[in-house]
Unconditional design. Structure first.
Length: 395
């Protein structure tokens, strides 16, 4: 109960400071130190990739603030739909550094500081840029997870106001957006599956060095090895808090995606064998498959209109086809009346296209297993139709 109360107090204080401090300009003196802060991942889905902020510490004027470009509120109207369609607005927030560290310590997340090797002209330019960002018309920005997020904003404020060239280590020629986020959500198998279903072809293309820096730890590593005007960009690195040993979370859903796919394969195989031996179509099973596939397909169809650039072109929509919801009533009625249905041929063709799409984008193995048995179900309907069975379909 006490921890819960402390968390609420810290959250309220951070919110209040983030809103009020944007109205107050930074001071500047020759003693200003500017650092990149990198926070380790948290438990919430939006925190599982970590976080980045800027520390602005004016030692002479006793101003030690953290500039955070990741301020948002879940209570915003239609937050989830807006996030899905890439219409989420984030804002710049400024809080005292000690309060910022206290919040992340409470969440058991490390905060690593990289103090930057900058000239007085660099620091002054960054100070002016931060003051410009603090204006009401500049505080809010349209968030994009891959291209314009809290990490890229912090990077651009720093690198965009230096008076010299920064040289980074070479880009990883094999890194894609999908492969990079896989490194961070590997332990959350259902989260990874959900993201893999939503991400399309563009998530599997090769990325540039700048694009690879959308992840906080990638930027931290690049800053560590960066050279600025012939000297290291980072002068010192230290951890500002400590982290307690992690307590393992209780397991959520009892099955992994692969285990669920195998279970589905066993059930589907059993039903296919029953249909083959009896020459009877189990319309209740078909109804379940069409409703489930069509519902996922509708979600993928809505992604076409999202402003997220990596979800609009997705070959998995041919596997989980939204047209299943359009044809479900007519198809089930046709089965019950022992009439041939044309939906199964259409879905069969669609599934083949989906399998071909696997050559152009990563499709998770559990999805391919499900797709295979959806295809076999279509083949079974085609086979029974060709044999002109007169048996009445059953549940």
């Amino acid at each position: 109960m006490r921890k819960r109360f402390v968390h609420i107090v810290l959250t309220v204080l951070l919110s209040v400071f983030a809103q009020t401090m944007t109205a107050q300009p930074f001071t500047y003196s020759d003693s200003v130190e500017i650092s990149l802060l990198t926070c380790s991942p948290g438990r919430e889905i939006w925190a599982e990739y970590g976080h980045t902020a800027i520390r602005y510490n004016d030692l002479h004027n006793h101003q030690d603030y953290t500039v955070n470009y990741g301020v948002f509120s879940e209570s915003q109207p239609y937050f989830i739909p807006r996030f899905v369609f890439g219409l989420t607005d984030y804002s710049m927030g400024i809080v005292p550094t000690d309060l910022f560290i206290e919040q992340y310590s409470y969440e058991n997340r490390l905060v690593t500081e990289q103090k930057l090797n900058l000239t007085a002209a660099d620091k002054l330019a960054i100070c002016k840029a931060l003051q410009e960002n603090m204006k009401p018309e500049n505080v809010v920005y349209r968030y994009n997870f891959f291209y314009d997020n809290c990490t890229s904003r912090a990077r651009d404020i720093i690198l965009g106001h230096l008076h010299g060239k920064v040289t980074f280590p070479p880009a990883d020629n094999k890194a894609t957006f999908r492969s990079m986020i896989h490194e961070w959500n590997g332990n959350g198998s259902w989260t990874q599956l959900g993201e893999d279903i939503l991400l399309g072809i563009n998530a599997d293309r090769k990325t540039t060095k700048a694009e690879q820096q959308f992840l906080p730890d990638n930027l931290r590593k690049d800053f560590e090895r960066a050279v600025y005007n012939g000297r290291p960009l980072v002068s010192t690195t230290k951890t500002l808090n400590i982290k307690s040993p992690m307590v393992e979370d209780e397991r959520g859903f009892p099955l992994t995606p692969m285990e669920a796919a195998i279970l589905f394969a066993i059930i589907a195989t059993t039903i296919l064998l029953v249909e083959y031996k009896t020459r009877k179509l189990l319309w209740g099973w078909d109804l379940l498959l069409m409703l489930a596939s069509g519902t996922i397909g509708v979600v993928l169809f809505t992604m076409i209109f999202s402003q997220h650039p990596c979800v609009s072109l997705n070959m998995i929509i041919f596997i989980f086809n939204p047209l299943a919801l359009v044809f479900v009533r007519r198809t089930i009625r046709s089965e019950c009346r022992r009439e041939k249905g044309h939906w199964w041929l259409l879905w069969e063709i669609s599934l083949f296209i989906g399998f071909i799409g696997g050559f152009f984008q990563h499709i998770p193995l559990p999805v391919l297993i499900v797709a295979l048995f959806l295809l076999l179900n279509c083949v079974m309907h085609q086979w029974i139709d060709r044999h002109h069975t007169t048996n009445i379909p059953t549940m």
